[in-house]
Structures are given as C-alpha cells and as structure tokens.
Design a binder for this molecule. Sequence first.
Ligand code: C5P
Length: 299
Amino acid sequence: MATFRSFAKINLSLRVAGRRADGYHELSTVFQTIDLADELEIRRRLQAGVELEVRGADLPSDERNLAYRAAEAFLRERAPAGEGVSIRLEKRIPVGAGLGGGSANAATVLLALERLFAPAPDPAWLQRTARRLGADVPFFLVGGTAFGAGRGDVIRPLADAPPPRGDLVLLLPAAGLSTAEVFDALGAAPIADRGVAAAGAVPTSGAEFAAWVGANDLEPAAFRVLPALAALYTSAVRSGARRVRMSGSGSTLFALYDAAGVAAEAARFWPAGIVWKRVETLGRAAWRSAGGWESAGGE
Ligand code: C5P
C-alpha cells in the first residue's frame, strides 16, 4: 500500500474565446497548484476490478467517480489481466468548488498506478487518457503553474509563478456550482474549433504573483447561477483584498492581500456560512515530491 496526495488548483486567469461545435468552450487559462490536497491510499490486489472507498464527502464510489474511471482505464489497458486495485480516498478539497478535486484525484490515480504496476512508461497514453477523463485532468499530470488552451486540456508547463507576498485566501460558499451549468449560463457565441485561444497572454517571467491574476470570464455567468457569490465578491473587495477572483467555474473565490497575517482580520467581512482558508501556492518540484508517486516503488 502507498499513500499519495492530489493537490487542488486555482485558475489565476480564465478567458473564454467562444463555444465550439462539440459543445465545449475554447479557453485560455493559467492553472496554479495550491497546498490543499486529498489523500489516496492505493494498493494492488490479485483480484480484478476497482474497489473504491470515499471518506470526507458524499460522493459515489463507482463509475460516476473520476478516480474510479481512471483506475478502470489503467487496469483495462496497462495492467496484467486479473489484477485490480483498492483505493481509499480521503476528501479534503471541497466538491463543486472549481478547485479541480475530482480531476486531481483521477490524475493522481493514473500517476500512482504507473508507479505501482510499473508498465513500460507511456507518457502519450497518460495524456490521452487524462484528456478523455475530463478537460481539467491533463493539468494535474503537470502541476505547478501551467497554461491551458483548447478545452483547457492542451497544457504548456510554465516556470513557477512566484509565491504571493501577502495572504492568499480561499472563500468557500456552502453551495457548490456545476461546471456544465455555469458554461451554459455564459451563452458564449459559437466559434471555429481550433486555434482561437492557443496563444493566450502569460505574464513575463519575474512578474509578481498579483500580476498573474487576470480576468475570469465565467464570473458573470456564475454570479447569475449563484447570486450570493456576487455578494461575497463585493465583501472580499471591501475587505481590502488587492485581487479577488473566482477559481474555474466556481464556487470558490480567492482573495489576495498585500500583507501577510491579515486573513483573520478580513474574515469579519464574510457573510455567515462562508468557510475561509489561507493557502500557499506550490511550485512544480514541491508538488512532485509531495504527491508521493515519485518515491513509491512497484509492489
Ligand atoms: O470535461 P469535464 O467533464 O470536466 O467538463 C464538464 C462540463 O463543463 C462539460 O460537459 C461542458 O459542459 C463544460 N465545459 C465546457 N468547456 C470547457 C470545459 C468544460 O463547456 N472547456
């Protein structure tokens, strides 16, 4: 048995170019790993199939769970016949929050099973399978700071954005948001499928963290679906944050302050029911070594 951690992301920016013929939206986005993680205990077993146990959140433990689907794909295509896996997933990343928890779990399962089964390395298979599982999954094979184009699944790793100078705070409303519903509410105009958003803007190297925080085009749509989120956004601006942004399709907002140690003071601005959490960004090397799949050997 080995233990792995799958870290959440925030989107420092997310621009939508339009709606593609396949129903997805063409994006350019900058992903950033943060130090909020789910824990997965994974072991091989000499019995076919996936056994998944989820703790800490009310989530299905069958094909509806992306971690389950990732394990199934691996067993089907890259493990000896008749072998299976048992996974215990401890959820700490909120669900429906725009933090990529489910996608992170799926990517961690793929990376972990590569270690535990040690088949001939096949990075192309990993990429392909990640993209099939969900638009956000490929980023979680890369971690750190990365640019995403296409559906958000064409990933270009970037040099790590510098850590924030002051506090970076997640604001977590009790209500989550459905990604599909937020994209629907956007009502974006149709575009040609390819290449539109491929060359999105990324800050020059050396730019401070705040300069990496750009626009999120999904905010107006998410505020329409969940009006309380617009009020929370206003509270965060009033609390003195230098930047306030939604992550992905929400419902998490993040607020960036100039000074460290102000998060607790800002908390008096939050409406009832808001959970807040100070987080750090994680660079690619730190993400790799904390994930656990580099050190886990085959069993
Ligand atoms: O790929 P994933 O299953 O995570 O996407 C969930 C839903 O979000 C999609 O079914 C689609 O409605 C929407 N989506 C989109 N454009 C993207 C990513 C997701 O419209 N680039």
